[in-house]
Design a binder for this molecule. Structure first.
Ligand code: FEO
Length: 386
């Protein structure tokens, strides 16, 4: 994919459209890009490498762009193997090239590589600069966005932020799709737990005059940057992006589903707000996580199973807990034919999260919804919309 940044800053990344699961857990229907860049100046810099799945294609891009030059530096933003796999290969290929990163990176690096780092490293810390000739890099530490060693790099002349995983998105670069949908799924599933750390980075970035954002995944962002930064601000503060209700349900034989569909109709009669609904057994878990964070309210509905809650709901709530789901209002619908436990277990999960307001009304179905349940659902609908 041909991507233009500027005469001096070149894209040498690659698209991966054959990976089955990114990070062995996320479906990527339109693939993913591993972004890497070269800055051509008096000194030549390679900004990160790519996943080992795409080494050959990336090396070809690199060599074509270098056109015989030898890189002076490799800047390492992040050691995760989707970006760092080729550090050793590049260091061996260019023995005079220095590796530029922070102390934490160089402490962790021997865990991944047997590279002799003696006289090969340039260790930088917050605010340090590196002169390339016409371009000048400054380094900004971004711990836990998404690993502890992460740093971002700001190029001062062309005002480019190399943002590491930040502002990344699923989807190969030639994919024509809405940015927010797949960037949101990427954000909440990969960085969602680290909102405070993303806020720290946004605060530091706000002091920079940024014209272009070059992430390690997804498109290069050049226009309307306040839109992307605004969404990151909402997401990392765990604020509401869309005022509406997300109904996440599980149903074994369709009876809980029937109740949920009835609740959907009741809600639709009461409000014009967006109501989204998802069958947890038959949808992408990462998409469900994303929607839970996106909306202001959530209804969770599930049957009892083996004395607890149906497994896919258990999995969903576990994911929400580890991703720091918070600051939301949640309503509960349980089903149980002889000893209903689902509601209790779901509420225990919610109690373990921060600032979750649980609706007083719990709809408790015994196998098939009855008239009492319909009354409860009217109450729950009123309560969740309040
Ligand atoms: Fe794209 Fe955290 O690596």
């Amino acid at each position: 994919m041909k991507v233009t940044i500027s005469d001096s800053i070149k894209y040498i990344g690659v698209d991966d459209k054959t990976i089955d699961l990114f990070e062995s857990q996320y479906i990527v229907p339109n693939g993913i890009s591993y972004n890497s860049y070269v800055i051509l100046d008096d000194k030549t810099v390679v900004m990160d490498t790519v996943d080992k799945r795409k080494t050959d294609e990336w090396l070809k891009n690199l060599e074509e762009t270098l056109d015989g030059r030898v890189p002076d530096y490799l800047v390492i933003s992040h050691l995760e193997p989707d970006h760092a796999s080729n550090i050793q290969l590049l260091a061996d290929k260019y023995p005079s090239m220095k590796l530029v990163s922070n102390m934490k990176t160089f402490t962790m690096m021997p865990q991944f590589f047997t590279l002799d780092l003696t006289d090969r490293t340039l260790t930088v810390k917050e605010g340090d600069t590196l002169d390339l000739g016409n371009h000048k890099l400054t380094f900004v530490m971004a711990p836990m966005v998404h690993w502890p060693e992460v740093m971002v790099t700001y190029e001062m002349t062309e005002k480019v932020l190399f943002s590491a995983d930040g502002f990344g998105k699923f989807g190969a670069l030639d994919t024509d799709e809405d940015w927010a949908c797949e960037a949101r799924r990427y954000y909440f599933n990969i960085c969602g737990k680290y909102g405070a750390q993303v806020q720290n980075l946004l605060k530091k970035a706000s002091a920079l005059d940024i014209k272009t954002i070059c992430p390690l995944h997804g498109p290069i962002l050049k226009e309307n940057l306040s839109y992307y930064i605004g969404l990151y601000d909402i997401w990392s503060k765990y604020e509401v992006e869309t005022d509406g209700v997300f109904i996440a349900y599980a149903s074994i034989h369709g009876n809980t589903k029937n109740a949920v569909l009835k609740l959907y109709d009741i809600l639709k009669e009461k409000t014009d707000k967006k109501i989204a609904i998802s069958d947890l057994s038959r949808s992408d878990m990462a998409e469900n996580i994303e929607d839970a964070f996106r909306y202001s309210k959530m209804i969770i509905a599930a049957p009892t199973y083996d004395g607890g809650v149906f497994p896919v709901m258990n999995d969903f709530l576990h994911h929400l807990k580890i991703k720091s789901y918070k600051n939301r209002k949640v309503g509960v619908i349980e089903n149980g034919s002889w000893a209903p436990m689902a509601g209790k277990v779901m509420k225990e999960y919610l109690a373990g999260m921060n600032n979750i307001e649980v609706c007083n009304t719990t709809v408790s179905i015994r196998s098939v919804m009855n008239d009492d349940n319909l009354t409860q659902m009217q109450q729950l609908a009123d309560e969740i919309l309040k």
